[in-house]
Design a protein. Structure first.
Length: 396
């Protein structure tokens, strides 16, 4: 056995109790209703579809007439096609500031961050380029005459934009940065089985990359007025292949008209919620809402069965000591938001294993410490009023 292992193990065993002071910028989701909605229905194989956050847009933006929404990595950007403003919004859904677009139009239906700029479409034959430091329009990409681009996604693998060729209808089609169509990329609206409202590119979820299209449901009536739809297409090769779709029922929203909800723009992120691939999209209703929908679990959190535990618990990690990965088992007696984080001996947060909603049950989470140095670490599970911390030893 290595001397370093023995020394570290002796230090670990000598630690009987440690007071950890956690000083992190954990987000408080006071304005984001966190829940798992069980009323969703699926027209094909289910591989995604849990609503993780549900924000009331109307609390911040009173001119409510359709939006694009993007996540920058630090804050949301929301556009409004009836005003020439962008809105910078924190993760807890508090307003940072409203900024007018200068030098052109900001009336975007859908947006995308790419190549250091914000890009947007507004049912014209152009993709507009905006400097995110000044929110000034600094250029555009011309599309062929007759295009009415409404949905937009950046395909980093092809160095191209996916654009809807007509407002709601036509095709989703990939165009290079010179505005030239890429052969074989067409997705007819009939094959999508729903109109084109917004689009997002996912190159993180397993078996991708994917193009995700925010759409409407086939029987769009007042009877299902709080439902929207997402359709996922695999685009590793062309032509695209339709993989699956989901109809989401959104609580806390209604439509006073005679039809269901209209979608706004959408985005994909693997950084908004740790270890989750999510769609961020806007649904137009009463009130307008931005929802965050899980697509993929990027960490291995697995359910240990269907039995509901009698109380909260956090088990000792196994194996322990470990190198480089270990597992945490925990029990939740009721539905709720959880946060599972890892700290060093100074109380500094070094990793967030999970920060999400979970249904009542028993779970196992896998933690990869390949980027950390050998030593003692502490992991903490928080859910509601429950909080428990345990120590573990990483030996490399």
């Amino acid at each position: 056995m290595k001397k370093s292992f023995i020394a570290a193990l002796l230090v670990f065993l000598s630690v009987t109790s440690v007071l950890v002071s956690q000083t992190t910028d954990a987000v408080s989701y006071n304005n984001a209703e966190l829940y798992q909605n069980s009323a969703n229905t699926y027209d094909e194989s289910l591989v995604f579809g849990e609503i993780l956050r549900n924000h009331n847009v109307d609390t911040l933006i009173t001119v409510a007439t359709g939006y694009g929404v993007e996540w920058t990595g630090n804050y949301y950007v929301v556009s409004n096609f009836s005003t020439n403003n962008f809105y910078k919004i924190r993760p807890d859904w508090s307003l940072i500031q409203a900024l007018p677009v200068t030098g052109g139009s900001g009336l975007f239906r859908d947006m995308e961050f790419a190549k250091g700029y914000l890009w947007g479409v507004s049912v014209t034959n152009a993709i507009f380029k905006v400097d995110t430091a000044t929110f000034a329009q600094v250029g555009s990409i011309a599309l062929p005459s007759g295009i009415q681009a409404r949905a937009l996604a950046w395909d980093s693998g092809r160095n191209a934009f996916w654009v809807s060729t007509a407002s709601f209808n036509g095709f989703m089609r990939a165009y290079d940065t010179l505005g030239v169509a890429i052969a074989g990329s067409d997705i007819p609206v009939a094959n999508n089985v729903g109109a084109f409202y917004g689009a997002a590119y996912d190159n993180v979820s397993p078996n991708g990359p994917y193009l995700i299209i925010a759409s409407d449901i086939a029987n769009n009536t007042v009877a299902n007025q709080n439902q929207v739809k997402y359709v996922r297409w695999r685009i590793a090769t062309l032509p695209p292949v339709r993989v699956d779709s989901i109809t989401m029922t959104i609580p806390l929203i209604a439509n006073s008209g005679t039809a269901g909800l209209a979608h706004g723009g959408c985005d994909f992120s693997s950084t908004l919620i740790p270890n989750k691939g999510v769609i961020i999209s806007l649904a137009q209703g009463t009130p307008d809402r931005v929802i965050v929908v899980e697509i993929s679990d990027l960490t291995a959190i697995t359910s240990n069965g269907t039995e509901v535990p009698s109380g909260y618990s956090l088990s000792q990690n196994f194996p322990n000591p470990f190198n480089p990965s270990t597992s945490f088992k925990f029990d939740l007696p009721k539905d709720g938001n959880i946060r599972l984080s890892v700290m060093d001996v100074l109380g500094r947060e070094v990793s967030v294993v999970a920060d999400e909603f979970k249904k009542a049950g028993s779970y196992t989470a896998t933690f990869d410490a390949s980027k950390l140095s050998s030593g003692i670490y502490f992991y903490t599970l928080t859910s509601g009023n429950f909080k428990e911390t345990k120590k573990m030893l990483l030996v490399k």
